[in-house]
Design a protein around this ligand. Structure first.
Ligand SMILES: C[S@@+](CC[C@H](N)C(=O)[O-])C[C@H]1O[C@@H](n2cnc3c(N)ncnc32)[C@H](O)[C@@H]1O
Length: 312
């Protein structure tokens, strides 16, 4: 059991949570994972003082070590979230997550000494950003193997005892009660068939007066409505509802959140999501109608991104 679970055991249904972590680990114990584990073992040859991988220009790494680090990083799957800086090595991920963070962070109350949950944390990009503010602990959950592998790789350099990663998903948030002061729920809600139930579970996982940042793809429009695509949306499978920003606000209201405010609501551009040498070979540009970028390739309204803050 990790220290975070141990310390907070009275707020967690540990039996259920541990069972799902074990099931997910078994489910994903495949070829990829074996490669990831053997590549991650190679990290122990590299000894350098700890640093935060989202901060640029803070550490020099010898060229031999830099080559080895690059080889390990490249073996851990496509890099969707970033950028990261490991000495001269720049992991230029598909998403410029720093753009999202810069839009959000001026509007987020201080994270100092806070206990935080990041749902669908991917490789932990935002956890490393949160760490800069001195939280008490950040638990990142993501059930996908390459995300865990990339997080372990990054945290090898950071060695932070405040960051915890577990292979859990949004459906396990209901096993946490009255525990977190802050929850980040970003890029998750449109993958869920029951958005309001998801939000209620998040609110119940928050302490009184705790807050959540809810960030999602949204469509343009003033009405409180959501698109319900028959099949794919911008080539993505497993998409249920794509709301307008006012619909998200209404969902939060229905889930009994308070003091709900919109932080941003902007079109998604190729500056924020694009093909790089570290990404897969297709990205946003390939998911939009080439003759009309206000539409996705399937003819739906093209994606915007919006974020709201809401309190328990
Ligand atoms: C669109 S990305 C968002 C990543 C990050 N939160 C951000 O805002 O950039 C969705 C993330 O959810 C993760 N994911 C997949 N299934 C999930 C589940 N059942 N529960 C929570 N996260 C899941 C994916 O691995 C991926 O990292």
């Amino acid at each position: 059991m990790n220290n975070f679970f141990h310390k907070n055991r009275s707020h967690i249904d540990l039996e259920k949570v541990q069972k799902i972590v074990n099931e997910n680990k078994t489910k994903y114990r495949n070829i990829n994972n074996k490669n990831f584990i053997s590549m991650l073992e190679k990290l122990s040859n590299i000894q350098i003082e700890s640093f935060n991988p989202v901060i640029k220009d803070q550490i020099k790494i010898s060229s031999d070590e830099s080559n080895e680090i690059k080889q390990i990083a490249k073996s851990l799957g496509n890099w969707r979230k970033g950028p990261f800086y490991l000495g001269d090595l720049h992991i230029d991920s598909e998403w410029r997550s720093d753009i999202k963070w810069n839009r959000l962070s001026p509007h987020i109350p201080s994270l100092k000494n806070k206990t935080i949950l990041d749902i669908g944390c991917n490789n932990g990009y935002f956890m490393f950003e949160m760490l800069r503010q001195g939280p008490s602990a950040v638990l990142g959950i993501d059930p996908v193997t390459y995300c865990e592998a990339q997080f372990k790789f990054l945290n090898y350099f950071c060695q932070s005892p405040k960051l915890f990663f577990e292979m859990l998903g949004i459906n396990e948030v209901k096993y946490f009660k009255d525990l977190f002061e802050v929850i980040f729920n970003m890029g998750i809600i449109y993958h869920h068939p029951n958005p309001i139930e998801q939000l209620i579970h998040c609110r119940e996982a928050l302490k009184k007066n705790g807050f959540m940042i809810l960030e999602s793809i949204v469509i343009a429009g003033e009405q409180s409505i959501a698109l319900f695509p028959e099949d794919r949306y911008a080539r993505m499978r497993n998409v249920w509802f794509i709301p307008t920003v006012n619909c998200m606000k209404n969902w939060l209201h229905k889930a009994k959140f308070k003091n709900i405010e919109i932080i941003f609501n902007e079109p998604l551009t190729g500056q924020e999501q694009r093909v790089t040498r570290w990404s897969a070979s297709a990205s946003l540009e390939d998911f939009l109608d080439p003759d009309d970028p206000t539409k996705t390739i399937e003819g739906h309204p093209s994606p915007r991104r919006a974020a709201l803050i809401a309190y328990n």
